[in-house]
Design a protein around this ligand. Structure first.
Ligand code: HAM
Length: 425
């Protein structure tokens, strides 16, 4: 009986890994340009961390977490809470008041798997801690946009403000009243949410609920003066940086820690999974987790969704895997030497492949093609006995003799230099 991977958990096969590595390289490069440093946290955290940050009445905490109930620990469903836990635990603000941190890794949510939605997925997560200015919001969003641009992806950016503990509670009360009056028209989930998490109703995808909330009061119209000023300044700072966005007053996000600015990078190309990345400000979170009173903002992008979108929008070619040289030992007498030479070539820095079977030239050239070798060194028995081999350029099919003399390191060095020169356009 074959054993298969668990539903919603996926292997990333070698042919896809190239694209993943490319995305990660671009992300690391851009994050570094913006002064971010990498942090890595464990995958398991105390369950309480997520309950206190993401919020008890959210879908993530209510029904999506992989929790070991007897041990009180949970596989992280996102990275922000863990970054904050580590930040507080190690007092990172003491060394440097503003921290720019990023992390890349797997997250776990028990959601219904579909295209672009997995139970183990991967995020690129970036956080700026200790800076409250609206320009920081714009800078962070611009960084996300820059990454998407450099990956050649076309997405749209939506922006909203969720206010703060001053202006949101009175708005919530108004919203609850409004929703309670329209109870009949709401879906079952939203009837329940009206009392547990009323803002989420604004975000419901069901037609009936969408129709109801079109008329709902808008938080943007009742922001307190500070939040209102902040939102205005974020918008103008984004405009100054040439970032195109639209306002979506129905965007509420699925995590409770957000305050003020929230945003999502969206695409119509991934079916129901529209969000390629999302984030926002979380000004009370660090204090709520027992840390200093510092503000923060961040975003996370889903690597699976970025990779899918790149594949779909097909506007960037990822260089195929390739080897510099394939060493074809023809006949068993040349295998030992060919193995030594291959090892020495690798020590010189060459990407070298070899076949130890001693089989025919035809079979080995085929193998060289499969591994996408730029050159093949044909080590035939007669030539080798004379201290020679043949170097074949796999692109032009041209062949030339090469001399094999002196210590093996010397042979490898001059051969590698030769193919590097020959490969130059
Ligand atoms: P989130 O909106 O829950 O935010 O997730 C961010 C991104 O992760 C989504 O836009 C999506 O691309 C990807 N993602 C989420 N769930 C899945 C899934 N089941 N399968 C595949 N991809 C998924 C957060 O996680 C926040 N921590 C973002 C943040 C950082 N806010 C502030 N700092």
């Amino acid at each position: 009986m074959k054993i298969q991977a668990i539903n919603g958990f996926k292997d990333i096969l070698p042919e896809a890994v190239g694209r993943w590595q490319y995305i990660e390289r671009q992300a690391r490069d851009i994050f570094a340009r913006f002064g971010f440093q990498e942090i890595r946290m464990p995958i398991l955290e105390k369950t309480e961390l997520f309950v206190r940050s993401i919020g008890e009445a959210t879908d993530v905490v209510e029904k999506e977490m992989y929790t070991f109930a007897d041990k009180g620990i949970t596989m992280r469903p996102e990275a922000t809470a863990s970054v904050m836990r580590a930040f507080i635990e190690h007092g990172l603000h003491v060394q440097q008041p503003v921290q720019r941190l990023y992390t890349i890794g797997p997250m776990f949510r028990h959601e219904r798997p579909q295209k672009g939605r997995l139970r183990q997925f991967h995020q690129l997560d970036a956080e700026i801690i200790g800076a409250a200015e609206p320009r920081v919001d714009a800078e962070l969003i611009a960084m996300g946009q820059m990454l998407l641009d450099e990956l050649g992806l076309t997405v749209s950016l939506e922006l909203n403000s969720l206010g703060c503990p001053i202006c949101r509670p009175p708005f919530k009360e108004r919203l609850v009243l409004f929703l309670a009056e329209r109870h009949q028209a709401l879906c079952d989930d939203c009837r329940r949410r009206t009392h547990t998490n009323p803002l989420r109703v604004l975000d419901c995808k069901k037609e009936s609920c969408r129709a109801v909330v079109q008329e709902a009061p808008s938080l943007l119209e009742v922001l307190c003066p500070d939040c209102d000023r902040h939102f205005t300044e974020v918008r103008s700072a984004l405009e100054e940086l040439g970032i195109v966005f639209s306002i979506n007053r129905f965007m509420v996000r699925g995590l409770d820690y957000y305050t003020r600015t929230t945003f999502e990078f969206l695409t119509a190309d991934l079916g129901a999974q529209a969000a390629v990345g999302a984030g926002g400000r979380y000004d009370g979170l660090i204090e709520q987790l027992g840390g200093p009173s510092l503000s923060g903002i961040g975003f996370a992008m889903g690597l699976e969704r970025l990779a899918l979108l790149m594949e779909q929008q097909q506007n960037r070619l990822i260089p195929a895997k390739s080897m510099d040289i394939f060493v074809a030992a023809l006949g068993m007498t040349t295998v030992a030497f060919s193995g030594q030479l291959t090892h020495a070539l690798r020590q010189q820095g060459a990407k070298a492949a070899i076949d130890y079977s001693g089989r025919s030239l035809k079979a080995q050239l085929k193998q060289a093609g499969r591994v996408n070798a730029r050159f093949t060194l044909i080590v035939g028995e007669d030539e080798w006995a004379r201290g020679e081999a043949i170097l074949r350029d796999m692109q032009t099919q041209k062949q030339q003799p090469v001399l094999l003399s002196g210590p093996i390191e010397e042979q490898a060095r001059s051969l590698f230099a030769m193919i590097q020169t020959a490969a130059r356009p």
